[in-house]
Design a protein around this ligand. Structure first.
Ligand code: FE2
Length: 268
């Protein structure tokens, strides 16, 4: 794949759409198909160029085939190539089976200019926390050894870091030490891009940029000891990746107040 803009690559990240079979399905009071639709409309109205879309998991909230159909039909409005990794609320095998014929690319390895993107699966069946299996790390190793000169972005649902939010940190990537120690051996890895935490996160540790992005549905309150929702609006992110290996990125959100979650709930 070649960037249409020359040297730099632009990517749109969408994450944690949490769609249902029922288009009126709600997650803590928010109709997730409506908030996703509003995000898509805002992206269209922004008119920003992007070479492809990366989706970092939790596409579904109910594991249903209809939720994946809904996602594929909605994201097609953006008329762009779409790649994804599954999240803990997804049925990964179902996604890989369905998405190919629905126009969502199931390739887990993408090369664009002098960058490669590797989409890893961190879902653990029926559990909220994440774990990246040895086979996934071996796949990453193969990509890195085969293309050692390419700058690399790893896309994985669970952020391999704690976010200082006690309840959310119990469902982090549980083998994050193994994962971080593995990726630290490859200086060509520039970033790990994630979903799951439903909040903006951007931190550099050992020369690797760790990025997480707001959900297109509900937002979690940063640094909260117990489960709590944030008033901020649903969001999305653009990343610009330069031929020199630099990353520029910006998060956008819908204005607060348009999609109001039910703050009385104590869990998710
Ligand atoms: Fe999520």
């Amino acid at each position: 794949m070649k960037s249409r803009q020359g040297d730099a690559i632009s990517v749109l990240q969408l994450t944690d759409t949490h769609l249902f079979a029922d288009e009126h399905g709600t997650l803590l009071g928010i109709k997730t198909s409506e908030s996703f639709k509003a995000v898509i409309e805002s992206v269209v109205n922004q008119g920003m160029h992007f070479d492809f879309i990366m989706v970092s998991g939790d596409v579904s909230q109910d594991y249903s085939p209809e939720s994946y159909q809904r996602f594929a039909h909605m994201v097609a409005l953006l008329k762009s190539h779409v790649f994804f990794c599954p999240g803990n609320h997804d049925d990964g095998p179902l996604m890989y089976r369905m998405f190919d014929r629905l126009g969502v690319d199931t390739n887990k390895h993408v090369i664009c200019n002098n960058w490669q993107f590797v989409f890893l699966n961190s879902e653990v069946y029926a559990m909220a926390h994440g774990w990246v299996q040895k086979e996934e790390l071996q796949f990453l190793r193969k990509c890195l050894e085969r293309y050692p000169d390419l700058n690399t972005v790893v896309v994985v649902h669970h952020l391999p870091l704690l976010v200082k939010s006690r309840w959310l940190d119990t469902q982090t990537m549980h083998n994050q030490d193994e994962f971080n120690s593995f990726i630290s051996k490859f200086p060509q890895i520039k970033a790990v891009v994630c979903g799951h935490v439903h909040q903006e996160f951007d931190s550099v540790i050992n020369n690797i940029r760790y990025i997480a992005t707001p959900s297109t549905s509900i937002q979690f309150e940063p640094l909260s000891h117990d489960f709590a929702l944030d008033q901020k609006g649903p969001g999305w992110r653009y990343l610009t990746l330069t031929s020199q290996g630099e990353i520029r990125t910006e998060v956008f959100r819908l204005p607060p107040g348009r999609f109001i979650a039910d703050h009385g709930v104590s869990g998710y």
